[in-house]
Design a protein around this ligand. Structure first.
Ligand code: 5AD
Ligand code: FES
Length: 356
């Protein structure tokens, strides 16, 4: 670690922001020593706010049908080999019931942009979940929708929305997505969600094709200024039926480094150790926690559909029952000195507002 690198890390530790160019420099010049120093500070900050608690979110993958064609994604429209399914309201509620028994107090409904899930259909599901489990948070991760739609879902009871920005560089965005998708609309969605009052998760893949230290610096600046409640980052992993099938996967090392940096930029942020991180390394999620992450999102989807929600190759936990994943993660977290908690896991400072 050179003198400049040390100075940048010291400034992050003192909660001073860096310029975009400095973020790029921090990434370009990183080495093992810098990563270890950042992780140490990140864990210290994380413990100030969250002690040894790891929050859980039960992920229910409600549809593998998608009208979009993102170049990196295994369930893209043009992938004729993808097996498509969608869950019924009853199936979704059953997953949540099982999750509740296992100790989950947040349910994340995630799916492709499936036109079947109109506002009417989705609002009914959200309202049904809140009625059965009023002490739980409902998070949606259903892609780009209109402001009107986000409002209706919020009024139906949704508390949070995950929409990764994917990249904060407009040129890079265009290389990851087909022409019919736009960076501006992605940003419009994120700003609409914020204005409505959702707790928001943005995020990006690490090591996606065409990513550079400069585009990553933009991601960090975006995270710093947008101040999401949560930031989901995980390595890009190629899927064999996509245009990016021959691209290299993102690395464990860079993902861990960025987790630590994000923890220092926003000390109170919710930072998941993602399934993708667990996929590229058998101890990826544990290592993520030790780099500053504080959330895990195990799968609650019915076992019969898990393999069909294949965003990338070799995704873990596709053969396991929900209870097995909960137990497995509990043991994994304990092995590194942390514990899973039964809690909604709201972002600190967020007051649960009553909705009528
Ligand atoms: N590798 C890693 N992450 C991926 N995602 C989609 N495809 C891949 C892939 N091949 C991520 C995207 C999306 C989230 C649901 O999954 O960032 O927002
Ligand atoms: Fe699913 Fe370990 S978390 S098997």
């Amino acid at each position: 670690m050179n003198k400049k690198e040390k100075e940048l890390i010291d400034r992050l530790e003192r909660e001073q922001s860096l310029t975009e160019e400095e973020y790029a420099e921090l990434i370009r010049n990183r080495d093992e020593e810098a990563a270890a120093s950042l992780a140490k500070i990140a864990v210290k900050k994380r413990k100030e706010f969250f002690s040894d608690a790891v929050y859980t979110r039960g992920l229910i993958e409600i549809s593998s049908i998608c009208k979009n064609n993102c170049l990196y994604c295994g369930i893209r429209r043009d992938n004729r080999n993808a097996e498509r399914y969608r869950l019924t309201k009853e199936e979704i509620l059953a997953c949540a019931d099982e999750g509740y028994e296992l100790g989950f107090r947040t349910f994340v409904l995630q799916g492709g942009e499936d036109p079947y899930f109109t506002d009417e259909v989705l609002c009914e599901i959200v309202a049904g979940l809140k009625e059965k489990h009023p002490d739980c948070a409902v998070t949606l991760s259903m892609g780009e929708r209109s402001s009107h739609s986000y409002r209706a879902l919020y009024d139906a009871g949704a508390d949070r929305y995950l929409l990764r920005h994917e990249t904060a560089d407009v040129g890079h965005y265009a290389k990851l997505h087909p022409g019919e998708m736009s960076f501006d609309n992605r940003m419009r969605c994120l700003h609409d969600l914020k204005e409505i009052g959702y707790q928001i998760g943005c995020g990006f893949m690490v090591g996606s094709p065409f990513q550079t230290p400069e585009t990553l610096a933009k991601d960090l600046k975006f995270v710093e200024t947008f101040r999401p409640a949560m930031c989901g980052i995980g390595p890009f992993i190629p899927h064999h039926d996509t245009p990016f099938k021959d691209e290299k996967a993102g690395t464990l090392e860079l993902t861990l480094f960025l987790l630590s940096v994000i923890r220092l930029i926003l000390p109170e942020v919710l930072l998941p150790a993602t399934t993708a991180l667990g996929t590229i390394d058998p101890k990826g999620r544990e290592k993520g926690i030790l780099a500053g992450a504080n959330v895990v999102m195990p799968n609650l989807s019915p076992v019969g559909v898990r393999k069909k929600y294949e965003l990338y190759d070799n995704k873990i936990c596709t053969g396991e029952e929900s209870a097995q994943c909960r137990g497995c993660l509990e043991a994994r977290m304990q092995s590194v000195g942390y514990r899973l908690v039964v809690d909604r896991g709201d972002a600190p400072g967020y007051t649960i507002h009553q909705k009528i």
